[in-house]
Design a protein around this ligand. Structure first.
Ligand SMILES: C[S@@+](CC[C@H](N)C(=O)[O-])C[C@H]1O[C@@H](n2cnc3c(N)ncnc32)[C@H](O)[C@@H]1O
Length: 219
């Protein structure tokens, strides 16, 4: 079984990492762009984001993709990240709330239901048991037909990207904090099929690092 980092270690790591998270755009942005395209955000009214980091995705969705009346709730367990996201998203006023989370996955107190549940490069940190909890609680937080929109690290699809993802997984096994606690996943295979319908699953490679995009709908 793969060892994942504890919530306290994740909080400590991301409190220190802070704004450096935005430097990961060199491999994240291509995947996030595709997730935005497939997630149909121009029709969304209420978005919940788990692990918003510095609020980069929220800012992008609110300024360029969501209807003017759409609301956004973003959470993170790192107080540094929440501070950065609040500064960045202040200009959206009441449309956006950034909340400090204790790292738990009960989303019922965040003012749902939502029609999009978004998370990018966060599930990569979590144990399989926690990912299952996220699926169950996201299902409860979404309206019928609501979409789960994910981008995250995955296994490679070509010789080069397979080498990168294998090396990444190896480093994660040796010392997870060297890679921010993240490891490659095959997330689409983990959705319980009786509760979710996977509408899209794609892998994109940027700077030799493979990312998986999954859009799944509640059944
Ligand atoms: C790799 S960063 C990704 C940040 C952002 N989503 C992005 O794509 O740039 C992971 C983020 O998830 C947050 N995080 C980790 N575990 C979490 C949990 N259990 N609940 C909420 N946020 C969590 C971390 O604090 C960090 O900001």
């Amino acid at each position: 079984m793969v060892r994942t980092i504890s919530r306290d270690d994740a909080r400590r790591f991301y409190d220190r990492f802070g704004a450096k998270q935005d430097r990961q755009e060199f491999y994240e942005d291509v995947a996030i762009e595709l997730m935005i395209e497939l997630g149909g955000f121009s029709d969304a009214q209420a978005v919940f984001e788990l692990g918003c980091g510095t609020g980069r995705l929220a800012g992008r969705l609110l300024s360029d993709h969501l209807p003017a009346a759409a609301r956004y709730v973003a959470t993170d367990l790192s107080s540094t990240m929440v501070g950065l996201a609040r500064d960045r998203l202040m200009r959206f006023g009441q449309r956006c709330q950034v909340r400090l989370s204790d790292g738990d996955f009960d989303f019922s107190s965040h003012g749902g239901p939502f029609d999009r549940f978004v998370t990018t490069y966060v599930l990569d940190l979590l144990s399989l048991a926690d990912i299952r909890k996220v699926f169950a609680e996201a299902h409860a937080a979404l309206v019928p037909g609501g979409l789960f929109c994910h981008a995250g690290l995955t296994k490679g699809t070509s010789a080069v990207s397979r080498t990168t993802s294998t090396a990444w997984a190896l480093i994660h096994r040796i010392k997870p904090t060297l890679v921010g606690g993240c490891r490659p996943l095959l997330l689409a295979d983990l959705f319980p099929q009786d509760r979710w319908r996977v509408l899209h699953r794609e892998v994109v490679v940027s700077a030799a690092i493979p990312s998986e995009i999954v859009i799944a709908e509640t059944r």
